[in-house]
Design a protein. Structure first.
Length: 235
């Protein structure tokens, strides 16, 4: 199955049971730990959000592949006048844009533990205990995404509902050190999830949620093993 054969689906405003189980794993954290998540992630997101005068500098700091894909999206109108997100797996960063291509913000992300560009068939229907470490892939491709909720009522951006793939605020067990991973300057320690894209809480609440409020949008996940042309023909 190629990346093109694993398309994203318009994510319903529903609650996916698999990812509700994942997000519940941190439910036993103390109030102090939760406060740390919000405080640290708010600081990180604020540092990454681009003010008008900083947007060009942030984009210049993006990888050539991100810049190439963004140019193609705008020149071809591939985003169909919708807000869009570019996820750079190689450098573990996400860039969010409005419908006209204005940078709304950028931040480090956490990604699937395993490297690769194609999710295993039926991955969204499996319990987490049945997903082997080498199968925990954040797939590449173009996805039509919208916000919704999991079974606990947590807001997420469903990238591929059928594949249980979402972008959501960072959660998890303290032992996973997810906040610390986001804060390091390297992308080498940003591989920890079952495949979902984890972002700082403030980035989700202040950038992603408003951008996708009342609308669908497009999420482009750049490849790390395949070439960009294999995943996005014409680029």
């Amino acid at each position: 199955m190629t990346a093109e054969a694993h398309p994203g689906t318009t994510a319903p405003a529903g609650r996916h049971p698999v990812w509700s189980r994942l997000l519940r794993r941190g439910a036993g954290a103390t109030g102090l730990a939760l406060g740390l998540i919000f405080a640290v992630s708010s600081t990180a997101a604020a540092r990454q959000q681009a003010a008008p005068g900083q947007a060009d500098a942030v984009e210049r700091g993006a990888s050539p592949a991100v810049q190439q894909l963004k140019t193609w999206v705008l020149e071809t109108g591939d985003n169909q006048g919708l807000p869009f997100v570019l996820i750079d797996k190689v450098n573990a960063r996400v860039f969010a844009f409005d419908r006209g291509g204005l940078l709304l913000g950028a931040t480090p992300v956490l990604l699937g533990l395993a490297r690769g560009d194609i999710a295993p068939p039926g991955i969204g229907d499996r319990p987490l205990s049945a997903i082997a470490p080498e199968e925990r892939i954040t797939p590449s491709g173009r996805f039509v995404a919208s916000t919704g909720e999991n079974l606990t009522g947590t807001s997420v951006l469903w990238i591929d509902y059928a594949g249980a793939l979402s972008l959501h605020p960072v959660r998890g067990r303290p032992a996973d050190r997810r906040l610390q991973r986001l804060a390091t300057p390297t992308s080498e320690d940003n591989r920890i999830s079952y495949g979902c894209v984890n972002v700082p809480v403030a980035f989700y609440e202040e950038i992603i949620a408003p951008a996708f409020r009342g609308t669908v949008g497009i999420v482009y996940i750049l490849p790390e093993s395949l070439s960009i042309a294999e995943v996005f023909p014409g680029v």
